[in-house]
Design a protein around this ligand. Sequence first.
Ligand SMILES: NC(=O)c1ccc[n+]([C@@H]2O[C@H](COP(=O)([O-])OP(=O)(O)OC[C@H]3O[C@@H](n4cnc5c(N)ncnc54)[C@H](OP(=O)(O)O)[C@@H]3O)[C@@H](O)[C@H]2O)c1
Length: 310
Amino acid sequence: MKAIIINEFGPIQNLQLADLPIPTINDNEVLIKVSAISVNPVDLKTREGKGTAGNIKEWPVILGWDVSGEVVESSSSQFKKGDEVFGMVNFPGHGKAYADYVAAKADHLALKPANISHDEAAAACLAALTAWQNVTEHYKVKEGDKVLIHAGSGGVGHYAIQMAKYLGAYVVATSSAENKRFVIGLGADEHIDYKAVLFEDEVSDVDFVLNTQSAEIAERSLTVVKQGGTIISIASAVNDELKEKAKAKGIKISQTMVKSSGKDMKQLADLLDKGIIRSQVAELFALEDMQKAHASLATGRTVGKIVVKP
Ligand SMILES: NC(=O)c1ccc[n+]([C@@H]2O[C@H](COP(=O)([O-])OP(=O)(O)OC[C@H]3O[C@@H](n4cnc5c(N)ncnc54)[C@H](OP(=O)(O)O)[C@@H]3O)[C@@H](O)[C@H]2O)c1
């Protein structure tokens, strides 16, 4: 089968096309013939030896976690041959998604809704799970909450806006002016152009901040959250100094990490099926062009998700 591998951590040029044996499956796993893969910033970080690189025990590395495709072999009672499935496979372990075939734990997958494409389904894995686990588990968004989402136009942010609206929140989201129409179209009540103004001058009394950006933005967010409110940072560490500053203001702050979950994938499938959330696919690349996909995501300007097709 075709796969994109790296033989050592490093730059984009390390991503190479290879011909590898089709993986075999263990108990309670399925073999997926992949129709679409999505690429996330953690793929780039891991390629560079950061991200989840510490969990890698086997070389060459096949990066990637998000797949959508058809079950061609199953040792699980959950899925049978011919089922169309999607999911974030084995995160934060070695996902091996950049390939024609992927062996996946049945517990990490859900049936793909019939009304969405494999491209849209592959997009709605790691980024959508991150958004969902943060708005329903790590913090439970409730009716009437005021929610601030940094980078509402990004992979995580565009799902988080739709989910927070569905859960009844008043949603404020940041992006550049170029993406204002997109962010408002997803349901955000207010847009803040982070390039033109300081968000802390524009918003206050926030119940929950989803910080997809730096520790500096987490710290600045302390000034907009009400006492008893919550900040979750997904892209930057929350150090002791920041924790102390938050505590002094009566604000809860933490860093979270997404986890593979078939149960959560089934909830995403339901939201996608009902049209409550949708995937924005910014760009499509062929598997052979994975270097271009990484280069595009590395710009930090992606609107929604980048999808790759074997
Ligand atoms: N801990 C976890 O479980 C977890 C899970 C998923 C992702 N993450 C991390 O979260 C981060 C975001 O991931 P992602 O997939 O959403 O990234 P992404 O899709 O690459 O984000 C791109 C978007 O960010 C916007 N943006 C860039 N700088 C911004 C700023 N200063 N303020 C507001 N918006 C800004 C851009 O909009 P403009 O072009 O309009 O600026 C663009 O639309 C990454 O670092 C990723 O590794 C962590």
